[in-house]
Write a protein that binds this ligand. Structure first.
Ligand SMILES: [Zn+2]
Length: 462
């Protein structure tokens, strides 16, 4: 496969932009990158994509979502986390079927790909029946996306709103995680399995300890929600006498193979732990704003030398999987700082967070995150010849501040074309959208939460 004549924003170590650029892909990997005029005579292609006038970026990396929540869009609006989970998301999670999870994961992946995402981490913490995680992996495979299944574990939390259907026996959950890892990790060169002790209020001390032991045994990465909302701090102080990250660190969970999600409510000493233990961070600004959680101190975390990537979080708290919206939101949110300094987070930094730093957060920076020889061909072609993105003066700015998913024209994962000229090639999108609406409706009634759909108009709060 050859992608020819485009402007390539490589995100390589020198952050080169190549005009009239050419990418040669062989067996899923990038074999050559350079000027089209020089490379045309050296390489022959079975398939050539003409990217004249187009802009070619590394695929975006979404390091945190929950795919099942694709069925819950709009039901949890305008609620604090302490209502949102027990009233909407928890009851729905308790009623999930294998079919729901498969369709929701397909929907999530299509939404992701349409916004230029080629790699997604699905943090699956709801296991009301067996083998729901397997459905997600099958959806990743069907769509053709690069997917990480983080097998979530909830082994307590009934007193704070975790329904008994989603609280699991710890050993059974660990066994399932090991099974998933041995069955799927490394499959198709694009499926990975992680372990995910869910969040401080849903796990026991034993769960945190056992997660680290299993991760070390299998050389598996770890992810967990960390300091998202004040409620977690209270829970952690009450049960363990210290903050959640501090407790996880004491038990040895922290390390370069851990991805801490949110880190909104972190102290200076928490940031020091992130830095000294080389923990990676997934920043989910839209979810944090949606839930009034607060603003994660991303500039301070970055200054501590920590790798920060971007996530959408689940569609129940976003309410889509659009990474391009996340790019702009990230850049804008951190301009609201005490110093009134718009340079705290630049468009270049945001683009790094969504590509090469995303890859680094997943331990995949040798494989993806930039357009370089030897890396896997995860590539997005953008058409900026549209009203929202014309004129283009600086492509990174155009993508972060002006673009929308309507500019995403073609998406390539592992050398395979998944979306071409705006059309999904791997699945029948229309039938999945129809099924998504049906599954969502049925789940809402099974969970007994239809009052949030048929709700009365709420305007100003007095
Ligand atoms: Zn989450």
């Amino acid at each position: 496969l050859i992608v020819d004549n485009g402007t390539i924003i490589t995100l390589d170590a020198r952050r080169r932009t190549i005009t009239d650029g050419c990418i040669v892909v062989t067996r899923g990997r990038i074999e050559a990158v350079g000027k089209s005029s020089e490379m045309r005579k050296l390489h022959h292609a079975d398939r050539r994509i003409d990217a004249s006038g187009k802009f070619v970026f590394p695929g975006l990396v979404n390091t945190h979502t929950h795919s099942f929540q694709a069925l819950l869009k709009g039901l949890g609006d305008d609620k604090p986390y302490t209502d949102w989970f027990p009233q909407v998301t928890g009851p729905s999670a308790a009623k999930l079927t294998p079919d729901d999870c498969y369709i929701a994961a397909l929907l999530t992946c299509i939404d992701a790909i349409r916004s230029g995402t080629t790699c997604i981490l699905d943090f699956m913490y709801a296991h009301p029946c067996a083998d729901l995680s397997d459905e997600i992996v099958q959806a990743f495979r069907k769509i053709g996306i690069r997917g990480i299944l983080a097998r979530g574990i909830i082994d307590t939390g009934e007193d704070s709103g975790a329904l008994p259907e989603i609280v699991q026996d710890l050993q059974a959950a660990l066994n399932d995680c090991e099974r998933l890892f041995k069955t799927y990790n490394g499959l198709d060169d694009r499926i990975y399995v992680w372990i995910a002790p869910c969040s401080i209020w849903t796990v026991t001390r034993e769960c945190i300890e056992a997660s680290r032991i299993l991760a070390d045994k299998l050389k598996m990465h770890i992810t967990s929600h960390v300091s998202e909302v004040p409620f977690e701090r209270e829970n952690s102080l009450r049960r363990f006498g210290m903050r959640d990250l501090e407790f996880m660190d004491r038990l040895g969970l922290t390390g370069p193979d851990m991805l801490a999600v949110h880190c909104v409510d972190v102290t200076r000493s928490d940031i020091a732990i992130l830095g000294s233990k080389h923990v990676k961070v997934s920043h989910n600004p839209i979810c944090n704003m949606y839930m009034s959680s607060g603003v994660a101190p991303v500039p301070q975390i970055l200054r501590a030398g920590v790798t920060v990537s971007l996530g959408t979080d689940g569609a129940a708290s976003n309410n889509n999987q659009d990474m391009i919206q996340t790019l702009k939101t990230t850049a804008l949110l951190h301009k609201l700082n005490d110093a009134h300094d718009p340079a705290e987070i630049t468009c270049e930094k945001v683009l790094e967070m969504a590509t090469i730093d995303g890859a680094r957060s997943l331990g995949l920076d040798a494989e993806i995150g930039s357009i370089e020889v030897g890396k896997r061909a995860d590539i997005v072609i953008m058409d900026f010849l549209r009203a929202n993105t014309t004129p283009v003066h600086y492509p990174a700015s155009t993508l972060v501040y002006s673009a929308s998913n309507a500019n995403v024209e073609t998406v390539i994962v592992n050398g395979g074309i998944v979306l071409e000229n705006g059309r999904m090639l791997t699945v029948d999108e229309d039938s999945i959208l129809k099924l998504g609406q049906e599954k969502a409706q049925a789940l809402m009634y099974r969970a007994g939460i239809e009052r949030f759909s048929n709700r009365s108009w709420r305007s100003i709060k007095h």
